[in-house]
Design a protein around this ligand. Structure first.
Ligand code: SF4
Length: 304
């Protein structure tokens, strides 16, 4: 079996920074309650590992970030790497909560573009995923912003409106081009700012450069949008067998065979140790004497 590790792997700068800020906050404020408003990044192992530093995560898919914030009365609140809406920022300020903002700088940069567009009274088309915290932050912050998940969502606006088009940082570079094409057809005057972040784009491009692999294992949390997009692009690229797992603990060894080429990639929020554990296991795999799958060690997951 040939194992092909795909680069880049490991944390992107935004995830690295968010985890560093969270750990630093806990270390510098012993005895103070530290709560992350939602998952700091979409990876449950990281949430568990931070919990060992005494950092709590308040997360409920049915509750908005504003509703979650209202459950916190004291201590330090950390905003996640996905960004936060103006409404939540204002509520936190009104209640004099101590805030640590771990929003990724690439997300902040997209938010700044939208702010400028709205200040200029432009109508914004935001290509993103409904319910994702990054798009929620935008939709909660502004009027006159349309969320576009698919071509059918492009609204029919009267007259010749000024349109500004941008997108969630972690979506598929293939999907966005189809949608932008359809927008330009309908609104040739639209201004376009493609905002897929470098970490997402490079990982997607690396998948498309895979010359020959029978199988691709994508490691990452099911909630991680950039991870899911890697699996989607791999299928579109024609890789026959694509599986997404959270860690070695979910690897199904029945998919392995002696003469196969198996590529391995990971989302930007997947700890390097989780990915390396899968690569090492595959490289050492003995089809005559297969060893049991190892466990993930949460205690050392975030050690550098
Ligand atoms: S995936 Fe991109 S936008 Fe998200 S945290 Fe990483 S660098 Fe920032």
């Amino acid at each position: 079996m040939e194992v092909i590790p795909i680069a880049p792997r490991g944390f992107c700068k935004g995830v690295y920074q968010a985890i560093r800020l969270a750990k630093q906050t806990a270390v510098e404020n012993p005895g103070v309650k530290v709560t992350v408003l939602g998952q700091i990044v979409h990876n449950r192992y990281i949430v568990e590992a931070l919990n060992k530093y005494g950092i709590q995560t308040l997360d409920d898919p049915k509750s908005s970030r504003l509703e979650l914030l209202r459950q916190i009365d004291d201590g330090i609140v950390i905003f996640t790497a996905h960004g936060i809406s103006k409404v939540v920022r204002e509520e936190a300020a009104r209640r004099h909560l101590t805030i640590i903002d771990a929003t990724c700088e690439d997300v902040l940069s997209t938010q700044a573009l939208i702010e400028s567009a709205r200040m200029a009274n432009q109508t914004v088309f935001y290509i993103g995923k409904a319910g994702h915290p990054e798009s929620n932050a935008i939709m909660e912050s502004y009027q006159q912003v349309y969320l576009i998940e698919k071509i059918d969502d492009i609204p029919n606006l009267a007259g010749l409106p000024e349109i500004f088009v941008t997108n969630q940082t972690t979506i598929s570079k293939n999907d966005i081009e189809h949608i932008i094409e359809a927008i330009i057809k309908q609104y040739p005057q639209a201004l376009i700012a493609r905002e897929i972040c470098a970490a997402t784009r490079l990982r997607q491009e690396a998948i498309e450069k895979i010359k020959s692999a029978d199988s691709l294992i994508v490691i990452g949390d099911p909630q991680s949008n950039n991870t899911r997009m890697l699996a989607k692009i791999a299928v579109e690229h024609g890789i026959k067998h694509v599986v997404q797992i959270e860690s070695i603990e979910q690897l199904d060894t029945s998919i392995l065979s002696k003469d196969m080429k198996v590529a391995v990639t990971a989302g930007a929020s997947t700890p390097h140790k989780l990915t390396q554990q899968v690569i090492d296991y595959l490289r050492m795999y003995d089809f005559n004497y297969p060893v049991a799958l190892p466990k993930v060690n949460i205690d050392t997951l975030l050690d550098e």
